[in-house]
Design a protein around this ligand. Structure first.
Ligand code: PEP
Length: 257
């Protein structure tokens, strides 16, 4: 097991009304007391952030946002600024999620601007990369992931790079129930770490946390999480239910044993 501090992050996507989010966050705040050996983040929708912030205010759970724009204010209808998120005690931001890339057309260049802004404003960027099924079948996985990492990290210093959390989320595994095997995930995580050695140096590569995401459940989590280069998980569907607590219990058991 490495020295990296592990992460369990829940991406609630466009689920739960503010009231439902608050109720669920209250339950999590009670159930996750004492899990202090790793970082726990939950990312509700923007409109639920304030209520969830209140619900988890005296817990060990940290607040994350699912996206943000790279300007502080101005004529950007429908966008949310880092300054607004700061006021709500948001500490991490998911950036470049495959749904943002695919459905909303976010480019590597735009995502890079957001990563830079997040770092500049003191957020932990949870920066997502991953190949589609077609790309994997064509043998393009490494090439696709390399391009996304290089462009997402473009212009970042070593010190900045170390603060980024990468989430490897194969698009074919997101929300499909088809999880990557621990071997498939580890192979890409190791590739990313090697790439970071080339882009920066060994120490930087060893510092950066790389999460796996894509149909993680309590049933498959153990096998993934014990892999050398997998430093935790970004969880969608299983973060909306009691199973998120079970994932925390599994992570705690592995870390503290
Ligand atoms: C995600 O959207 O980040 C995700 C990993 O979703 P799921 O766990 O539902 O596959």
């Amino acid at each position: 097991m490495s020295d990296r501090r592990y992460i369990l992050a829940g991406n609630w996507k466009m689920n739960k009304t503010p009231y439902e989010a608050q109720q669920f966050a209250n339950m999590l705040a009670d159930s996750l007391v004492g899990f202090t050996f790793f970082d726990i983040y939950i990312a509700p929708t923007f409109v639920a952030l304030d209520r969830v912030r209140e619900a988890i205010s005296s817990s060990n759970i940290k607040l994350a946002a699912q996206n943000m724009y790279f300007e502080d204010s101005g004529a950007f209808t429908g966008e949310i600024s880092p300054k607004m998120l700061k006021e709500l005690n948001v500490s991490a931001v998911i950036l470049g999620h495959s749904e943002r890339r695919k459905i909303f057309g976010e480019t590597d260049e735009l995502i890079n601007k957001k990563v830079k802004k997040a770092l500049n404003d003191g957020f932990v960027p949870i920066f997502c990369v991953g190949e589609t099924l077609e790309e994997r079948q064509k043998g393009l996985t490494f090439a696709v992931v390399e391009k996304q990492v290089r462009e997402g990290f473009y212009g970042l210093s070593k010190e900045e790079a170390q603060k980024v959390v990468i989430a490897y989320e194969p698009v074919w595994a997101i929300g499909t129930g088809v999880v990557a095997t621990p071997q498939q995930a580890q192979e890409v995580h190791a590739f990313i770490r090697e790439l970071l050695v080339k882009m920066y140096d060994d120490q930087t590569a060893q510092t950066i946390r790389i999460l796996y995401g894509g149909s993680v459940t309590p049933e498959n989590f153990f096998g993934l999480f014990i892999k050398k280069d997998i430093d935790g998980a970004l969880v969608g569907g299983a973060s909306l239910k009691e199973s998120f607590v079970q994932l925390a219990k599994i992570m705690d058991k592995i870390i503290t044993k």
